[in-house]
Every structure is written in C-alpha cells, then in structure tokens.
Write a protein that binds this ligand. Structure first.
Ligand code: T1G
Length: 687
C-alpha cells in the first residue's frame, strides 16, 4: 500500500503523505513520493502542487530506525531535487512538527504555508548526525545565515511564529474556525487557488535564492555552540563545515554535509544518541489500559522539593493543594513558587498569562481536610521514617478511599511507610530529582503491596508531567540513588587511596558528566546522604565507606550551604582547602589504606566499573524490571553524557570479557562483598 495519496482539486494536484505515526521519511515513503511526483509532473492539467501530511504532524524527519543499516535508494536528496525543480509551483502545507528531513522537504518546496502552532527544527545533531539533504543551506537562504546555523547546531525546535524564523513561511493560516484537519487543508487549497488566480505562484528554487551573509560573528557562535553542545562533538563539526562552505552553491555544500551525514551515521556518538532516543520512547510508551483519573493533587510539604513538585503539576495543568504545618512555612513556600514563576516569565520562557494561571492552580492550606477529596497526594516532608509514617496515618484517615498516597522519599523503606495505613495497595513511591520541576527523571517505586493499577496510573501520569519514568522496586536508595551511592563510594575510596578532589572532579567532567561528583555533593549538601546512611548500619566489610563525607560533616563542612565542603566557596572560583586535603589524608592513614597513583583514565574506569557492578546487581535483584532503565536513570538523573548513551550502552562497546577481568582484579583488591562476582553477559547486550 502506497504511503501517499494524490488527487486533483481543480487545477491543484494534492499529494497527501500518510505514514503514521510521524510521517517519517522511510525508504518506502521516499520511493512513493518520487513515483507520485513523476505522475503529477506528467499531468499537464496541473497548475500547482499542494503537499501535505495526514495525521497529527508533518514529516518528522528521516526514519531513524533505518540508520543502523546501509542507506537505501532512493535517497532523500533525490526527492529534494525533484521538488525543487518541479515544473509547477509546489506549496507545502505545514502543521505539527516539521523536523529534520521534513524541514528539508518543506525548504525545497517553492512556498510554505502553515498552521501558526507549527514547530520547525533540524534536530539531527541531537542524534549525532547532520542535516543530510541541504536543510541548513536552504534555511540560510530563507531565514538568514545566523538563524539557520543556530537552528541546525542547537537541534532545538522553534515555533514558526518566532520572529527570527517567520520568513520561512509565505503565510500563516490562522483562521481559528478550522479545528479539524479538513479545515487546514481547505484553507491551504483556498490560499493556493487565490495565489494562482493572482498569478503570484511560480516555481522558484530556494537553492537559487540570494544568500544574505549578514555580519555573523563566527568566533562567538563557535564558542556558544561548544557551550551548549556539552559532550556532543557534532554541532561544532557542522558549524565548521557550514562556515567553510559559505561561498559555495547549495548543491556543492549539500554534497559535503551529505558526506558528513553518511560518515557520522555509523559513529559511536550517533549510535549512543539513537540508543538514548529509542530508550526514552520505549520507556515512555503508554502503559496500562485504565484511563488516568487524576484531576486534583495534594502535596505535603512546601519546602524546596514540595514546592518544585507542586510546580511540576501546575505546569501540566493540575489543580494542587499545597499543605504545610504552619502559615509561616506555607507563605514562604508559596512565595518561592511565585518568585520561580515570575522569574520564568521575566526570562520569556512562559507568558504572563501562563504565569498567572499556574500560580492560581496552586492553593495553600494548613488543614488536612483540604486534601480529603484529591485523587493523589504526594508527601515531600522531612526524610524521617517517623515523620512520614505519622503523615501517612493522617492521610489514610482523611483522604477519600480512591486517593493514591505517594511518597517522595529518596531512600526510606516504602513498605514500612505503607504499613502506617490501612490501604498499602494505594501507597506508591514517586521519587522526583532535585530540582523537581527541571529534572526529567522520575522513579516510580512499586512497593510490595502496591496495586498494579496504581503503578500504571503513575506511569501514565509521568508522561503528562513530561517526565522520563522508570519503575523500580524497594531497596535502600531504590535503583537511582543506590547506583549513585555506589558511584559515590568508589569516588570516596579513591580519595582515601590518594586521588585529589580536583583530580576526581576534572576526570568526571572530562568524561562528560554535567558536574564533578564532589561539586555535586557540595551542591546537594554532604549531610543529606550522610543522614540517610546514618539510619542504616555501616558495612563492616568496607572500612572506608563514605568516611570522607563523615569527616567533613563532623568538621561542619556541609557544602555550599555552609560555604565550606569539598570546596571553599568564599572565593569567586571555589578552591579546595588544605584542611580538606589534611582531613582526607588523616582518615586514609587511620584506616591504613595503601596510597595509589591516579590519572584521569584510571579514575574514569573505576567509576565506570562501579556503575556497571551495581547496575548488574540492581537488575539481578529485580529492582528494575527493564535493564534499559539503567541508562535512562543515569542520563536523566545524574547528567551522564548523552553522547555516551549510558553505562550499559558503554559496557556493550567496552566488551564483557575486559569488564569481567577488571572487576575480578578489583575483587582481589577489595573483596567479594564490594565487587561481587557477576555474570555480566546476563545483563549486557553482546550483539
Ligand atoms: N523515525 C522513526 N521513528 C520515529 C521518528 C523518526 N524520525 N520520530 C518519532 N518516531 C517514533 C517514536 O519512536 C514513537 O514510536 C512514535 O514515532 C511516536 O513518537 C536526512 C538525517 C516527532 C516530536 O529527530 O522528536 O531527518 O514508541 O512518542 O511525543 O537530514 O518523536 O510509538 O514505537 O515521540 O508526539 C530527525 C524525532 C531525524 C525527530 C513526536 N527527526 N522525533 O513526539 O511522539 S534525522 C527527529 C521526535 C533526519 C535528515 C536527517 C518526536 C516528535 P513508538 P513520540 P511525540
């Protein structure tokens, strides 16, 4: 069955692309488009061609699933050339997302008319490739060099109404009367008919349009792109190619970026970024059949976490009751939320109207009866079992029977919290990561008695909150903090063995982590993890277990909040105090730990081995039901470099034999308890 339909409306040939879910440019679609274009070109009754897509969106790019295989003909540049040199005017009717190859198709058409809500973008770099069919070069002729380069190197989509890009479209079809697609198509046809009657439509190749080079500060642009690209080397590769090719024709430059696209497609960075893309899609795919029945939400605690969680829900349009113990704490919490929203508004991220609406969705209270009728309550109070059990006992008393009771604890045993209620089947963990309204990761903790329908409801809710959710079981720190804690243990052990604070943080920054692990500890507060660990017996088999953190906490160095942690924050550029160096050395000497030489590679390797060791145990114990969850946790919870795909993806590249051998060596040095023997082949793909 062809993925395109064609028909005549008067003198206008209508080519409809229909390849759900996102009209991706698969080899079949490319072939069907070329066949249809050939047929239409031979029809002399045709005065113009209107190209549009069925479904919720225009073409969202090449079919990424084809990238692991050799590229098959016909290739996209053939389709682009056919459209650009078509004998009659070609008009693209745009709606939804116009991304990658989809934008390249639209830019090759002679005219573009769009629904004002349309998003356009060249996200190729976020997949480790570059626009492979002249998208950047044609956009330069339509919206100017700098705007086109920004779009192609950022990978981010923008609205067609954004001033820098509104030259892209010849018209925005903003007739609010049309609510269904037929309306947009009818408006599009009407626009073409009128333009034909006025003789305004002629075939015009974008590639032949003049290039207004403008005053581009390439040095500044290169620095800006490098900053936002983080661990992804591709945006700067593309920028350099486009700058080099500025004086060339579209066709000449397009052949260069085509070559780069084909080369990068097979690169490890591109494979890692594809892995991350499909991982997110897989774990985001809707679960369960029960429609989500959550309208109103209660949040217990208006502190930093509680306030940010309330913002998460208001951003998604939910009514929120924010409960606090005292009016003073409540008004402080509500004030922080107001300041946060006004800040986003002042930065132009949201409109004043959106700001006001979201603030109005959050209502404060100090009276538990105000959460009696909510569909879901999320407790975000102080991290103490006693406090949480008393809150859950109260909620069990006041909340309607159908309410779901969730806790945002990051370490505590949710089974024990559930026992404080008569409805353990309705108790679940919703573990947000700080700042909760920014961090994408959400751990849904499936406790021993949590009903499957409750877990499914939370998975559906996560998609509404635009979170990347993983479902995990109960253990200390669940999956995420447990693995991060193991990563932290290895780092503290290397400090005791002689690695310096700077060496550790620089090695992990070099690895591509968003922040050095010790700087992260200072930011989140060294005492947070320390207090959580203090509620559990220290492992006798691991004498150095977070002893460095303990020493700093005992010395009153809790991190940024005290101005002193691993770093001293009294100077503009935080520095490592001699006191910290002495403290760590003293603890290491007291434990009789053998000093070692460390370099960037050995530090990165040790942390990587620790990540894999703990990930394998988390999978083995069934704490995560899908091993894909491991990479998603590191990518969206701890700033693991996306261009590396995640620890499990890296382990596949690394090879199980060498991983197993290195872990064996660590086991000999530090023992079976810290480095348990594991059949890694069970957890790491080898294909
Ligand atoms: N190829 C293949 N499958 C795709 C796809 C694509 N381009 N885009 C989406 N899907 C699948 C997705 O995996 C999911 O599958 C389903 O469609 C619905 O997607 C030559 C080289 C478009 C904003 O990077 O950003 O063009 O899970 O759940 O939330 O120069 O998908 O149902 O089985 O995400 O509404 C550039 C990637 C390619 C766009 C829609 N294009 N896609 O979001 O739905 S490179 C992209 C997205 C390129 C050319 C180059 C989003 C979306 P499943 P969804 P959504």
């Amino acid at each position: 069955m062809s993925l395109v339909n064609t028909r005549m409306v008067g003198q206008i040939a209508v080519l409809e692309i229909n390849s759900p879910p996102v009209n991706a440019l698969s080899v079949q679609l490319r072939s069907d488009m070329l066949k249809a274009l050939t047929t239409i070109a031979e029809n002399t009754d045709v005065a113009a061609l209107l190209l549009h897509c069925a479904g919720s969106t225009f073409i969202c790019g090449a079919d990424i699933r084809e990238f692991d295989a050799e590229p098959l003909s016909p290739h996209l540049p053939e389709v682009i050339a056919r459209l650009e040199n078509f004998p009659v005017p070609v008009v693209a009717l745009l709606h939804g997302h116009v991304l990658g190859g989809g934008l390249e198709v639209a830019a090759a058409c002679h005219y573009r008319i769009a629904d004002p809500q349309t998003n356009i973008g060249l996200p190729e770099v976020s997949l480790g490739v570059v626009p492979g069919a002249g998208g950047a070069q044609r956009m330069m002729r339509l919206v100017g060099v700098e705007n086109a380069v920004q779009l192609a190197t950022s990978g981010r989509a923008v609205k067609v109404t954004q001033p820098e890009y509104n030259a892209f479209c010849d018209a925005l079809l903003s007739d609010t009367s049309f609510s269904h697609l037929e309306g947009l198509l009818a408006l599009g046809l009407h626009w073409v008919e009128l333009a034909l009657q006025k003789g305004e439509l002629v075939p015009r190749a974008t590639a032949n349009m003049a290039l207004d080079q403008g005053e581009v500060d390439w040095e500044a642009l290169t620095a800006k792109v490098a900053r936002s690209a983080k661990s992804n080397p591709v945006p700067n590769k593309l920028l350099a190619q486009l700058q080099r090719d500025l004086c060339l024709s579209v066709q000449e430059s397009e052949s260069h970026t085509r070559h780069l696209f084909l080369e990068l497609r097979q690169s490890l960075v591109a494979k890692a970024l594809r892995h991350a893309f499909f991982l997110e899609k897989k774990l985001q795919a809707p679960r369960g059949k029960q429609p989500l029945r959550i309208d109103q939400v209660g949040v217990i605690g208006a502190g930093t976490m509680g306030g940010a969680i309330a913002i998460c829900f208001a951003d998604a349009g939910f009514k929120v009751v924010l409960l606090e113990q005292s009016e003073q704490a409540l008004s402080a919490g509500l004030e922080r939320i107001k300041v946060q929203y006004q800040g986003s508004c002042d930065k132009g991220r949201i409109t004043q109207q959106q700001c006001d609406v979201r603030i109005s969705l959050i209502n404060g209270s100090c009276d538990y009866s105000d959460v009696a009728d909510v569909d879901l309550v999320i407790e975000a109070a102080f991290e103490s079992m006693e406090v949480k059990q008393s809150i859950f006992a109260k909620l069990d008393e006041v909340c309607k029977k159908s309410s779901i009771l969730a806790t945002n604890t990051s370490y505590l045993d949710i089974n024990l919290i559930a026992q404080a209620t008569a409805r353990p089947e309705s108790v679940v963990g919703m573990h947000f990561f700080s700042p909760a309204n920014i961090m994408k990761l959400l751990e849904i903790v499936n406790a021993d008695q949590t009903a499957p329908a409750v877990v499914e409801a939370m998975q559906q809710l996560a998609k509404k909150l635009r979170k990347q959710a993983v479902t995990v079981g109960v253990c200390f720190g669940f999956a995420a903090n447990r693995m991060y804690s193991r990563y932290g243990r290895e780092i503290q052990q290397m400090l005791l063995e002689g690695a310096s604070v700077e060496q550790i943080d620089n090695a992990m920054l070099d690895f591509g982590m968003a922040m050095g692990p010790l700087a992260v500890l200072d930011l989140s507060g060294i005492d947070i993890g320390h207090n959580a660990r203090a509620q559990y017996p220290q492992p006798e088999y691991d004498p150095g277990y977070f002893k460095v953190s303990t020493a700093l906490v005992n010395a009153g160095r809790l991190g940024r909040k005290t101005g002193l942690g691993f770093y001293n924050y009294s100077t503009a550029k935080p520095t490592v105090d001699q006191e910290v160096v002495v403290l760590i050395k003293k603890v290491g000497d007291e434990l009789g730990i053998t000093q070692q030489h460390f370099n960037t590679e050995s530090i990165q390797q040790r942390t990587f081995l620790a990540m894999i060791s703990e990930a394998a145990q988390v999978i083995e114990e069934g704490i995560v039901s899908e091993k894909e969850a491991i990479d998603l946790i590191w990518l969206h919870g701890y700033g693991f470099p996306r261009a590396k795909g995640g620890p499990m993806f890296m382990a596949e590249q690394y090879g199980i034999a060498s991983l197993q051998a290195k872990m064996e060596k660590m086991r000999e040095l530090q023992g079976e308890k810290i480095w348990p023997s594991l059949e890694l082949a069970q957890y790491i793909n080898q294909d």
